[in-house]
Design a protein around this ligand. Sequence first.
Ligand code: GAP
Length: 438
Amino acid sequence: MSTTPETTLLEKVTSLCKRRGFIFPSAEIYGGFRSTYDYGPLGALMLRNVKNAWWKSMVQMRDDIVGIDAAILSPPAIWAASGHLETFTDPLVDCKNCHERWREDKIDGVCPKCGSTELTEARAFNLMFKTQAGPVADEGATAYLRPETAQGMFTNFSNVLSTSRKKPPFGIAQIGKSFRNEITPGNYVFRTREFEQMEMEYFVPPADAEEWYRYWIQQRYQWYLDLGIPADQLRLLEHDAADLSHYSKGTTDVEYLFPWGFDELEGIANRGDYDLSAHTAASGVKLEYFDQGTNERYTPWVIEPAAGATRAMMAFLLSAYHEDEVEGEVRTVLRLNWNLAPYQIAVLPLSKKPELESVSREVLAKLQPHFMVDYDVTQSIGKRYRRQDEVGTPLCITVDFDSLEDRAVTIRDRDTTEQTRIKIDDLLHEIWNRTTPA
Ligand code: GAP
């Protein structure tokens, strides 16, 4: 168990992420760029694993959900119909003393920077990034960077329905970048202006919407548990009717115990027929389903689990971070789930001698088609184990001089530090046995 005080856990994880190549401040050589981050070699692997785990559970393992990849650049018509042009705003106030800008609903009537209570009246600040498509900057050139991936799934409803031959209940899933001009980004990658979402729109007969809403709340909660977040760090929070978004008939958040308290990881919303009806009205194209069984035409209701990939990665990192004691020394270990760890395995030849290298490379080649494998030859074996523990590699495979004789290697388990001797020919079988696919 970690003995880290919660206040410094965030600093420790942030520092580890920088030091080991998970997450770098963006444009660092120019002094950084406003709460923007780049994912380094290990971070890119882990973020990909988070998205793959989501895609596997939402698309690959189901016959009722298909995936798409829609455009980020989008015309104003979409955002007028969705309600974002009018209502996707935060209340912005200026401090009259130090001129800092704040989200009124996030401060208690006092400027957090200088303590002044002299604040301007709140005005609605639209969070969408507006840009121009093409060389002529007239009205018709206005485009927006999508603030959510959801709308691409509504606007493609008929395309997907007719090409996939699905019928309600069925879902459309998508992973991709979204952009919001957040007034106060912060808490590391928790709230950034550029981030990745993993969203799914599940289209159902209206009468079944409540049942599916409850179903998806449980499914999504379980996903985080299955990937290693302890139950006491997760909770479900149903929104009061007064706090619901403009489209929602009910929303429940999956919350994670971040260092500053429980906060949103994902929202599951019952969006009713709001989106399909709004796009039908605005575009003139009927986004409906004709049920040949009952001869009825209707607008499906939508249940939407909407998660953040970058935010989920942060929660997985925080909950995996531990400091324990091995052979009298404190070690830092990321107890990441097998499916999320940047590398599943590290191959570590005991020395740089060429005869060891050839058998080590043979082991590496055997594993690489199936797993992401690190190959590390520098420094003592103890130091290399610590390095792998710190980035969450579940298994280390050590190749030593005996390996040349007995064609066996030592597998070391990250969590128990237990070591087992295994024949090279049995390696793959042994590793499959030890792991549970996501
Ligand atoms: N389509 C509904 C929708 O976008 P949301 O609650 O605004 O709902 C869904 O966003 C998820 O996207 C959030 O739960 C969060 O994980 C992630 N998210 C939203 N804004 C974010 C930001 N500025 N930075 C990082 N992640 C964000």
